[in-house]
Design a protein around this ligand. Structure first.
Ligand SMILES: O=C(O)CCC(=O)C(=O)O
Ligand SMILES: [Fe+2]
Length: 343
């Protein structure tokens, strides 16, 4: 397993000077890594029929890939309808670094506002298979004379529908795994075990370079923590309605400038995380319990409302699905397998 460096804050070198507007200037370590991956669109497109294995292969190499025709157009329309009230009521004044642009509207909690998002996008078989491959954990633990195994499935992390409006500027390039304090070492090739989030971004409408398609740097999932992301190295994930861009959260990416006069760039970006980590969005506050009770068992499990084997996330000594759906034909086991140990 690749080592995760847990703290790098002490590597900052203070230069004792400030910018014109008073921000202190620092230097960060430079590993000297100059690898750049120049790809064609075809390299990133998963051939049909898309399988978890094909997606996994491209994610390991490039950090991102595109799956055509991932969701039905009617499901895209339904998700957009469900989140539209939130998009239309959204306003913000932006922030200094343009991370949250004033011309970008965000409907967070898309899997809570849209049953279609939860039942079609969250539990899409390719999302579950790929995110379990990159984020799932399975281990063996001793309990007295026995040894048990537990499989902790990937769970929902966040789901935001972004509507990037005309006049929006480039969002600065960043990695979404900062939220779990991931500090990435330089890697020659991909190694499993340290990824903390995997994203699927579905275009609810056609997305183009001109209207603000997500751009990312292929191969940047293998870069060290401080390597500077350059705009010359980006690739625009242009999507037709219903297409999906898979991306590891260890990749540099960002929403892009919208230079059109009147097009909104509308994408739902779902991230999954490890079943043992805290979710980015606090999905439990403000969501009526009736909404959770109305979902399928697989959707509840993927939302993190199933105990992660073993012991993580229970409610009143029970699995949360038993609490939410007491009548359902459902059984939860704390362990995957139970063995006797011969010492
Ligand atoms: O809108 C996009 O394409 C990406 C947005 C994003 O990366 C973010 O807000 O973290
Ligand atoms: Fe992001």
């Amino acid at each position: 397993m690749t080592e995760v460096i847990t703290s790098s804050v002490f590597n900052i070198e203070h230069l004792n000077k400030v910018t014109e507007d008073g921000r202190p200037i620092i230097k960060l370590p430079n590993s000297g890594d100059t690898r750049v991956l120049k790809l064609n669109k075809e390299d990133l497109i998963v051939s049909e029929p898309a399988t978890p294995e094909k997606i996994e292969e491209k994610l390991k190499l490039y950090g991102g890939c595109i799956v055509r025709n991932y969701l039905l157009e009617e499901d895209c329309d339904q998700i957009l309808k469900d989140v539209s009230p939130r998009l239309n009521s959204f306003s913000n004044s932006g922030d200094a670094s343009n991370f949250i642009s004033p011309t970008t509207r965000r409907a967070s909690g898309t899997c809570l506002r849209s049953r279609t998002a939860a039942e079609k996008m969250l539990i899409h078989p390719l999302n579950l298979a790929v995110s379990n491959r990159f984020l799932g954990k399975e281990n063996v633990f001793r309990i007295g004379e026995e040894a048990v195994t537990g499989f902790s499935k990937a769970q929902h992390n966040s789901c935001i529908t972004f509507s990037i409006g005309p006049g929006s500027k480039d969002q600065p390039l960043h990695r979404d795994d900062y939220l779990h304090h991931s500090v990435r070492p330089y890697r020659e090739k991909y190694t499993f075990g340290t990824e903390t989030a995997v994203g699927t971004a579905v275009a609810l409408r056609r997305t183009t370079k001109a209207n603000g398609a997500t751009r990312f740097i292929p191969g940047s999932h293998l870069w060290d923590h401080y390597r500077r992301p350059n705009e010359e190295d980006v690739f625009y994930a242009e999507l037709e309605k219903g297409d999906c861009f898979f991306m590891l959260a260890s990749c540099y990416h960002g929403g892009s400038a919208n230079t059109t006069k009147d097009e909104q760039r509308i994408v739902t970006f779902l991230f999954m995380t490890q079943g043992t980590l805290r979710q980015e969005e606090n999905i439990f506050l403000g969501t009526p319990i009736e909404y959770f009770k109305s979902l399928s068992i697989p959707a509840l499990a993927a939302l993190g409302l199933q105990t992660s084997q073993p012991f993580c996330g229970w409610h009143e000594n029970e699995d949360p699905i038993r609490f939410l759906l007491p009548e359902a034909d459902y059984e939860f086991t704390q362990f995957k397998d139970v063995y006797m140990v011969e010492d």
